[in-house]
Design a protein around this ligand. Structure first.
Ligand code: ADP
Length: 264
C-alpha cells in the first residue's frame, strides 16, 4: 500500500489499443476508471506507467475479502498511550491529489462501495465519519479500479449502481506481436525464442473455459521466458511456469503437456 513516487522514467508499458488516451482524458476530467480483464494481462503495469507519465503519486491497494472501508480511509491507533488518527491509502491519495488503484475491487467488503460512491460522482468527496472530515478531491486525484469478469461469481458482481460511476475499458491479452515484444523485453529472452511461447499461449487460451478457468497470462509467459533465458530446459520451464500454475488436475495437466508438445 505504499505510494509510488512520481517518476519521469515511466515503467515500460506497450499500449494495446486506445487505453492511454482514455486514461489521459479521464484524469484530465477527474473521472474514475474501471479496468476489466483477466489476471496478468498488464492492468497494474498500465496504471503504474500512467501515474508516472502524469507525474502523480500512486497508491495501489490489493483488495481482498477482509478489506474494509476503514482499511482504505484510516483509523485511530494507540501510539505511546495516546490515540492518533492514521490516514489510510485512499485518504492519503485524496489529500495528495494522487492516483488510487484498487486492484480486484470486487473482492473488498461491501462497506467499501459506500465510501466510493460520493467519491466517484460529481461530489468527489471522501467522508471520514470517524473524524467528521469531508475531503473534496483536488483535480489531480483519480480513482482507478480493476476487476476480473472471468471469475463468474454471482455473489461477487459489481452492482450496476457502482459500475455506472466508472468509465470502463476491457483489457485482453495483447496481440501476438505486442505480446512477443513485451515478453522478450521483460525476460531478456530473444524475440525469436519468444515466438513459440506466444503461439503456445494462443492455443492454451483457446482451451480456456473448457477445462481451464483462465488462459495463460502474459505474466506466466514472462516467468517461462525468464527461466528459459536462464538456460532451464524448455520442458521443465513450461511445467513450472505454465502447467502447474494453471491446473491441479492430472488430466488437464496432461492435455496442456500435449499442447506444448504440438508447439515444440
Ligand atoms: P494485471 O494487473 O493485469 O494482473 P500486470 O500488470 O501485473 O497484470 O502484468 C503482468 C506483467 O505482464 C507485468 O509485470 C508486465 O511485465 C507484463 N505486461 C503485460 N502487458 C504489458 C504491456 N502491454 N506492456 C508492458 N508490460 C506488460
Amino acid at each position: 500500500m505504499n505510494a509510488l513516487a512520481p517518476d519521469r522514467t515511466a515503467p515500460f508499458y506497450r499500449p494495446v489499443a486506445q487505453e492511454v488516451a482514455l486514461f489521459d482524458a479521464a484524469h484530465a476530467k477527474g473521472l474514475p476508471l474501471l479496468l476489466k480483464g483477466p489476471t496478468g494481462c498488464g492492468k497494474t503495469r498500465f496504471v503504474e506507467h500512467m501515474a508516472a507519465r502524469l507525474g502523480r503519486p500512486l497508491y495501489t491497494v490489493a483488495c481482498h475479502d477482509d478489506l474494509s472501508a476503514a482499511d482504505l480511509i484510516g483509523r485511530y491507533l494507540l501510539r505511546g498511550g495516546a490515540t492518533e488518527w492514521i490516514d489510510g491509502p485512499l485518504t492519503r491519495a485524496v489529500r495528495e491529489g494522487a492516483i488510487c488503484y484498487l486492484d480486484e475491487v470486487i473482492e473488498a467488503r461491501k462497506d467499501v462501495t459506500v465510501v466510493l460512491h460520493p467519491l466517484t460522482d460529481n461530489r468527489r468527496t471522501l467522508m471520514i465519519d470517524r473524524t467528521g472530515e469531508e475531503l473534496v478531491a483536488p483535480p489531480g486525484f483519480m480513482l482507478v479500479a480493476s476487476y476480473n469478469p472471468g471469475y463468474q461469481n454471482i455473489l461477487k458482481r459489481l452492482k450496476p449502481s457502482t459500475r455506472q460511476r466508472f468509465l470502463s475499458i476491457t483489457f485482453g491479452f495483447p496481440d501476438a506481436a505486442t505480446e512477443t515484444a513485451v515478453v522478450a523485453r521483460e525476460s531478456g529472452l530473444d524475440a525469436a525464442r519468444v515466438v513459440p511461447l506466444v503461439r503456445l499461449a494462443g492455443h492454451i487460451r483457446a482451451l480456456s473455459g473448457m477445462d481451464l478457468e483462465e488462459g495463460v497470462s502474459t505474466r506466466l509467459l514472462i516467468y517461462a521466458a525468464t527461466l528459459i533465458a536462464g538456460e532451464m530446459p524448455i520442458e521443465q520451464a513450461l511445467q513450472a511456469a505454465v502447467v502447474e500454475p494453471l491446473t491441479d488436475e492430472p488430466d488437464v495437466a496432461q492435455a496442456l503437456r500435449d499442447v506444448i508438445a504440438s508447439v515444440y
